[in-house]
Structures are given as C-alpha cells and as structure tokens.
Design a protein around this ligand. Structure first.
Ligand SMILES: [Zn+2]
Length: 326
C-alpha cells in the first residue's frame, strides 16, 4: 500500500478536533472518587474546597475535561490516540483490560492505546479516569469497535546454519525480552510532534502481522514489523523525533536502533548495515539514523520497522495511512 504522512497537515489535536469525533464529556460529580459511578456532566465540576483569596481576586473556574479519540473504529494492530483536554492533572485509560497512564502534551494529556493482533473484534468500552487540581475525580468513556485485520502468510526458507545459530528459541526469547523491557517503559514526556514518516525508500516486502511458515512448517506467530526492501546502504531516517534508547547489534534483528517518542511509544529499525546515532542522542523527525542492511536473521537487504505502544507491537503503516484516525 502506498502510504505516506501527507494527510497530516496540522498539529495532532487540531487534526483530531477536525474529525468531529469528540465524545460527550462525562465526570463523576463527587470528589470521593467512587469509580463505579459515572455521571454525564451537565454542570461544571462539582463540590470543591472554597479557596481563600486576597481581596479583589476571584477564583479561575476549572475547565471541565473533554475526551477526544482519534477514531471509534480501530483495526487489530492499530492504535487509538486518546486525548483529554481541560484542567486535569493526570489520568489513566483502560481498554481491553489494560491500563495506560496519560502523558502531558502541548494542549492535552494523551496516550496511544494499542490493540494487539489477537484482541477480539467487536465493541469495547474505553474509560479514562481523570484527576482535577481541586481533587475531583471523573470518568470519561467512549465505545470503540475493534475491526479484524486479515493476516496473510509468508513462506520463508532459512539455511541450516541460520536456523541452527539464529533460530535458537533461547536466542529469540532473550532478544524479545530485551526489547519488551524497553517497550514497556513510559517516559512521561511528549517527545514526538507532527506526522509519522516512512523511514526509508523502497518496496513493501512483508506486512506487519503476517504469519510465517519457515521451511514448510505450519503458519504461526505474527511478523512484528513492516519490512521495506531496499539496496544496502539506503538511508534510514527517524519516523519522528525522540531519544535514541538502543543503538547496538542484536543476534536476530542485527544492528538495531530504537527511538523513544515519549508516553510509552517507540519505533525500532532493524537489520541496519550501519548505525549513525548513539544511545542517548536526541533525534529529529527525518534525521539520518543508519542505513539499510542485511545483518542478523535476514534473507536480503531490508529495513524491519517496528512500532510499539505500551509494550504491544503495532502496524507501523497505520501511523502513516490515516487508518488510526491521525
Ligand atoms: Zn521484518
């Protein structure tokens, strides 16, 4: 699929508002934090302590929270950008039994809510518990429909040497554990802005989520990235701004760079022939971070591009083709 980021012409929040997908704000009226009672908010937030103010100064009313979701229909391996505007000091999203903290952005608090490859299609309730500066707690909610993604099957052949040395389950498991330990961390700062860029020029050779049959075995698993085939040495750039948290050689993914975009969102770039950044570097969107290669477990020069939110691998192309609603 030809995917690009040109659809994103404004800031994230403006784009979301333009979609008209604002859901009704809801908030519990009390300050006692009874989470099981959710009341549609019809007046500004309820009882708050009476402040003591100097003469001539009037209290500034709190702006009630408002929930904005990028889409009400999300595909398996897609993500919903959930934002809450108004005077809140923090909050937590719950969806499909998982909880994600909000991160402070420029005009809202937000998080990318991931949908896993095997999460059940159908309608599910998304709730956001928020806290206001005066101690009031509220719950906002939306109904989000998970749509099934039809997974394809990729038939791969590996040499005996590759399967003997690189497909050792322990090697694969250790590397997955290393990546997971990075991907589950939440840096409570927004480090990205604007559109998500496709990091290299080339042909799409394997989609995210493809099931793999290796040397004729039954299809299993889901490909954890998007493969873009290109000549060795083709520049690879950062899909968005952030901090480099990994830049080193791994057994399966070869030379790899991982960028932390803040708020629990990461991008990863694998099988690189060379790495142009170091761990700890800040990078801008579009900045050179390495070159396409064939290192690690790879059957030809290509970029394996991963995106992960809160430890769940997502289809990177959905960050660029508009299907996540942003
Ligand atoms: Zn791949």
């Amino acid at each position: 699929m030809p995917a690009h980021g040109a659809h994103w012409r404004r800031g994230a929040l403006a784009a979301l508002a333009a979609l008209g997908l604002l859901t009704a704000a809801a908030c519990s009226a009390g300050a006692d934090g009874t989470p099981e009672i959710t009341t549609r908010m019809v007046t500004p937030v309820g009882p708050s302590p009476t402040p003591t103010l100097p003469p001539g100064v009037s209290p500034t009313p709190l702006v009630p929270p408002e929930l904005i979701v990028s889409t009400l229909e999300v595909y398996q391996a897609g993500a919903v950008l959930v934002s809450v505007t108004g005077d809140i000091i923090g909050g937590q999203v719950e969806f499909l039994g998982r909880k994600f903290p909000l991160t402070k952005g420029s005009q809202s608090q937000y998080t990318f809510v991931p949908v896993d490859t095997e999460d059940p299609p159908g309608t599910h309730r998304l709730t956001v518990d928020v806290r206001m500066p005066n101690g009031t707690r509220g719950t906002l909610e939306a109904t989000v429909t998970v749509l099934a993604t039809p997974w394809t099957v990729d038939y791969l052949e590996f040499t005996d040497e590759q399967t003997a040395t690189l497909l050792d389950p322990q090697v694969v498991a250790d590397e997955l554990a290393l990546l997971k330990s990075i991907y589950v961390k939440v840096t409570p700062v927004k480090l990205w802005s604007g559109p998500w860029l496709i990091p290299t020029q080339g042909a799409l050779t394997a989609r995210f989520g493809e099931q793999r049959s290796i040397n004729g075995a039954p299809p299993s698993g889901h490909h954890g990235g998007t493969d873009i085939g290109a000549e060795e040495g083709t520049p690879v750039v950062a899909t968005n701004s952030g901090t480099v948290v990994l830049a080193r050689e791994l057994r399966v993914r070869g030379n790899m760079v991982i960028i932390d975009h803040g708020g629990g969102l990461y991008s990863g770039y694998a099988h690189l022939s060379s790495i142009a950044v170091a761990e700890g570097d800040h990078v801008e969107a579009g900045q050179l971070i390495g070159a396409v290669g064939n290192t690690g477990l790879s059957t030809g020069a290509h970029l394996h591009w991963e995106m992960a939110a809160h430890g769940i691998l997502l289809d990177a192309l959905r960050f660029t083709d508009g299907t996540n609603g942003f």
